[in-house]
Write a protein that binds this ligand. Sequence first.
Ligand SMILES: NC(=O)c1ccc[n+]([C@@H]2O[C@H](COP(=O)([O-])OP(=O)(O)OC[C@H]3O[C@@H](n4cnc5c(N)ncnc54)[C@H](OP(=O)(O)O)[C@@H]3O)[C@@H](O)[C@H]2O)c1
Length: 323
Amino acid sequence: MKAVRLLEYGGRLVFNDVPTPTIARDEILVKVRSTAVNHLDLVEASGTARQILPIDLPWIPGHEFSGVVEQIGSDVAAWAPGDAVFGTTTGMGAYAEYLAVKAAAIANKPSKLSFEEAASVPVASQTAWEGIFAHGHLEKGQSILIHGGAGAVGAYAVQLASHAGATVIATASTDDEAYLKSIGASRVIDYRKAQFEKVLREKVDVVFNLIRGDTQKRSFLVLKEGGYLVSATQPVSEEESAMHHVSGVMMRLAPTGEGLGRIGRLLEEGTIRPDVATVYALEDVAQAWKDIARNLPGVHGMSPSEHEGARRKSHGKIVLRVA
Ligand SMILES: NC(=O)c1ccc[n+]([C@@H]2O[C@H](COP(=O)([O-])OP(=O)(O)OC[C@H]3O[C@@H](n4cnc5c(N)ncnc54)[C@H](OP(=O)(O)O)[C@@H]3O)[C@@H](O)[C@H]2O)c1
């Protein structure tokens, strides 16, 4: 099969033939139709976080996919060849024509979504769900501040929080204000023009932080006592959390097929919607990585000058079409 592989940390990606995976009794072979690019792919490939995020080289990147079940292991009862599915990877990556996954990692692809749209959903939507509900304990009638609301994860967080009956405030660029209001934000603060802690008059119950830098530290100032600061990007200071009488947690996504199935139903009924920024062919992965790297200067050899010209629509996922 064709696949994209990284042969050494910090190296370039190669697109060529590799053996098609064989499946264990409890696994499913999926013919991948699309996969999506995540910041994590580049961070892992760079080797900068190899102590906490080790990879086996040569490595096929890709944490999420959509596709069709090709073959099932003898112990698999819940799925059959021909089923359209989407999910997260459990071992090898999804930048490939075929993928072996555990049954518990997949869900039925919502029929109204294209394979490209479906591949964009699993990581961002489940990060949002876990961040705001499992860790942030957000409830109807509460308020939430989402930093990076127009990003891939942020857009799901805005939609899910709004659907849950919370008041949603998001930080983003002015360009993204109309988009964020169309998906449920009641207020958008332009992070380039205003400091959220200076313009917010009322404190919030939950902050969900999707941005690196001092945004997180400043967020303590806008949290109610007893509130939750959930970060997807950096550790939350225990000391400062205690000082401000809030709970702080850095989350790490723990995706499940069951959780994805729940999100799939919301997508199917049109309660939330996916957003795809760009679709590339799998062999054009290098360009896709350059596009996403504009928010990750220095990672995997990307310099600001290299990706300045590739400013993409600032919301939605970058998807790779595999078949
Ligand atoms: N812990 C986990 O389990 C987990 C899981 C998934 C993702 N993540 C992390 O979560 C983060 C977000 O991921 P993503 O896929 O949503 O990224 P993304 O699609 O690149 O979105 C980032 C968004 O943040 C905006 N932004 C940049 N600086 C900002 C600031 N100072 N204030 C407010 N908004 C700002 C960007 O808009 P502009 O156009 O204005 O730059 C963009 O819309 C990444 O760091 C990713 O690695 C963590």
